[in-house]
Design a protein around this ligand. Sequence first.
Ligand SMILES: Cc1cc2nc3c(=O)[nH]c(=O)nc-3n(C[C@H](O)[C@H](O)[C@H](O)COP(=O)(O)OP(=O)(O)OC[C@H]3O[C@@H](n4cnc5c(N)ncnc54)[C@H](O)[C@@H]3O)c2cc1C
Length: 348
Amino acid sequence: MAAEVLATAGVQVTVLERMPSVGRKLLLAGRGGLNLTHSEPLEALLERYGAARPRLEAAIRAFGPDDLRAWCAGLGQEPFVGSSGRVFPSGLRATPLLRAWLHRLDDLGVDIRTRTEWDGSLDGVTVLALGGASWPRTGSNGAWTTALADVDITPFAPSNCGFRVDWTPVLLDRFAGTPVKDVRVSFHGSSSRGDVVVTTTGIEGGPIYALSSQLRDAADRTIELDLRPDVTDVVIDARAKDSRSTALRRAGFAPIASALLHETGSEDPKRIRLRLGAPMPIDRAISSAGGIALHAIDDTFMLSRHRGTFAAGEMLDWEAPTGGYLLQATFSTAVAAARGALAYLRHT
Ligand SMILES: Cc1cc2nc3c(=O)[nH]c(=O)nc-3n(C[C@H](O)[C@H](O)[C@H](O)COP(=O)(O)OP(=O)(O)OC[C@H]3O[C@@H](n4cnc5c(N)ncnc54)[C@H](O)[C@@H]3O)c2cc1C
């Protein structure tokens, strides 16, 4: 994105990419439906960036969700708003978008050099967009931190990740891989609603990811699951000789509900207390926290210690939940860094 902004302004741009092709994480993101941004009001969207909001706000206002949607449409992928308010390109996938984008960059004369590792040299004007440290097999391995040893970098941590749960073999035998539909997950006064999945090693899913930054940093990670978030009380019509699982099934609960109650020793399907273990490894997290500290860049996204070097995207230390907020901030900061680089070029 930074290359596009710079090349459109007439700058000769060379992109270095260590992998055999560009955009591998974007393509991976597109596998489950490329959620580009969110359609909620801008004020609500900005709140998703938590402590990083003050440093990201100007960039997101300058290239916001409407700009991103227009950009996507301009590449022939008219975006649409899904039922949850999330915005996707038509066709959902990243492949046609990336293909059209690469054609555009080619037309602009951008020179893309794949299989070329950035070696840490900072000659000329450089925009770094080297990503975080999740899913390293897409190329974003976080190894760039050693080349920026004099820059303040917060250690990487998994974000939007699942957590370990020591499930009993009995539960795993029947329910590994089973989704628990439409639950509210609460933790320390915050809650999130959606589907979670019981996996062989733990628990995954949107509501867990949404709470993952708080859970990651907590000593006691006991969450509460509400399997009927729309009602205040669950009435279970337990008849004589009914087992609890039969009574729950009659009340419309899936078999996993009674298994979870049994597993956790809970009585109430609206208040299942589940103790989570460690976060899943960063390799499989959707995103990473950590990276270049936001105080190490100025308002134009230039590194204070390296004049002429700008940084954008997930390599900066901010985090946000899933819902399109990761790509939105990635695009917005890339545009801001490129505009910063243009202003720098004009004044040097
Ligand atoms: C499974 C999955 C699903 C996701 N789904 C969504 C979603 O639907 N919506 C959303 O908003 N976000 C989603 N994300 C997150 C989103 O993909 C990332 O936040 C985004 O790609 C970050 O962009 P970036 O350009 O900062 O970094 P990256 O996309 O990671 O790109 C960095 C690039 O730099 C290259 N590189 C690294 N080091 C070097 C070096 N030394 N020299 C040369 N090249 C180097 C890497 O190979 C890589 O190609 C998803 C992530 C995952 C893993």
